[in-house]
Write a protein that binds this ligand. Structure first.
Ligand code: MRU
Length: 341
């Protein structure tokens, strides 16, 4: 396969490498992802994360495994193991379905390679489409609040919500970005803060609990988040804490935008209740782990509730900003996301 370089994925000499998103921003470590077990572990540990990136990394690994002569039965098992690694985002399953189609071809080795490379190119284009659609919703001198990480680290391109912010900054529309730290795994504090710094976009980091008082003071013009799955009624699963922001935004009369590729829409999922929410380890809440080691602050036997995502009902969303354009609440109420008959 030809060499590939995105912000957080690399194919060099037919080997897949990932930028360790648990070590960022203190360390920039590129790790091997050569076997299914290695990549599944990277995904489970969120060294590879973000809905689009998980799907792209799995597709690239499968294509490389096919090129290295892995037999079809083993490729099928690899695909299954990758598909089970994170349940909430639909992008992984969508990308694997595309790779599965390629696997059915007589010349499956080249078909899988072509498909994986196509998925990377498509993702870049989807990001640009979202950014262009989103620009029209950003007003001059904007102070935007974002949650989790939806940038180049989480995609092959400029990102989704952060891609809109990036292009809006280039258009001179951004006064500053409020970055929610995003407990428990701190994707905002570690990753979004780092990406915005690299892009020289002015930002201030806040604890998640500070958003309400900022909104009350009139310091937030809009909230922009990504999505892991958009259900047929417009409900959206995204990083835990997204729902609280949507409730706060509604209360304060602030627009709340969800930016995602149209491939994040899952017409087979009727509503948010049908979305499987990944539950994660207690240790993510009882302390923190990073390149500095592990720190435990809660009692060792503390009982923990740790869902990785929550569901924001469609009624709280001002616009679904897709690569195909902005979908309005009226369009969603009229059945925009319902499966076509
Ligand atoms: O658990 P993570 O860090 O993979 O969660 C990421 C998010 O929730 C993102 O908002 C979503 O995947 C969209 S990324 C473009």
């Amino acid at each position: 396969m030809k060499n590939i370089q995105t912000t957080s994925l690399r194919v060099a000499n037919n080997q897949l490498l990932i930028l360790d998103q648990q070590a960022l921003p203190q360390q920039q470590n590129w790790l091997n992802a050569q076997s299914t077990e290695q990549l599944v572990d990277h995904i489970l540990q969120l060294r590879v994360r973000g809905a689009p990136l998980i799907g792209l990394s799995a597709s690239l690994l499968l294509a490389l495994q096919a090129e290295q002569g892995m037999p079809l039965a083993q490729l099928g098992a690899s695909m299954q193991a990758l598909s089970a690694s994170r349940p909430t985002a639909v992008n992984l399953m969508n990308n694997l379905a595309r790779m599965h189609q390629a696997m059915q071809q007589t010349d499956f080795v080249s078909a899988m390679s072509i498909q994986a490379l196509r998925l990377i190119d498509e993702d870049k284009q989807l990001c640009e489409g979202i950014a262009q659609a989103g620009l029209a919703r950003v007003t001059p001198n904007s102070r935007l609040l974002t949650h989790c990480n939806t940038g180049g680290l989480a995609t092959a391109g400029v990102g989704t919500a952060l891609g809109v912010i990036r292009r809006a900054h280039e258009a001179g529309l951004i006064k500053q970005v409020w970055v929610d730290e995003t407990r428990p795994l701190l994707q905002g504090g570690r990753l979004t803060a780092w990406e915005l710094g690299e892009l020289t976009i002015p930002y201030q980091l806040i604890c998640d609990s500070m958003a309400a008082s900022l909104m009350a003071k009139g310091e937030v013009d809009a909230v922009w988040v990504g999505a892991d799955r958009i259900a047929a009624n417009g409900d959206v699963a995204n990083k835990i804490g997204t729902y609280s922001l949507a409730v706060l935004a509604k209360f304060h009369g602030i627009p709340f935008y969800v930016a995602a590729p149209s491939t994040t829409h899952d017409p087979a999922c009727p509503n948010g209740d049908a979305i499987v929410i990944e539950q994660r380890a207690d240790q993510e809440v009882t302390g923190v782990t990073g390149s500095f080691g592990a720190v435990q602050w809660a009692p060792i036997d503390a009982k923990v509730y740790n869902p990785a995502f929550d569901v924001t009902p469609a009624s709280l969303i001002s616009g679904w900003v897709l690569d195909t354009g902005v979908v309005t609440p009226a369009q969603v109420a009229a059945g925009f996301f319902q499966p076509s008959k």
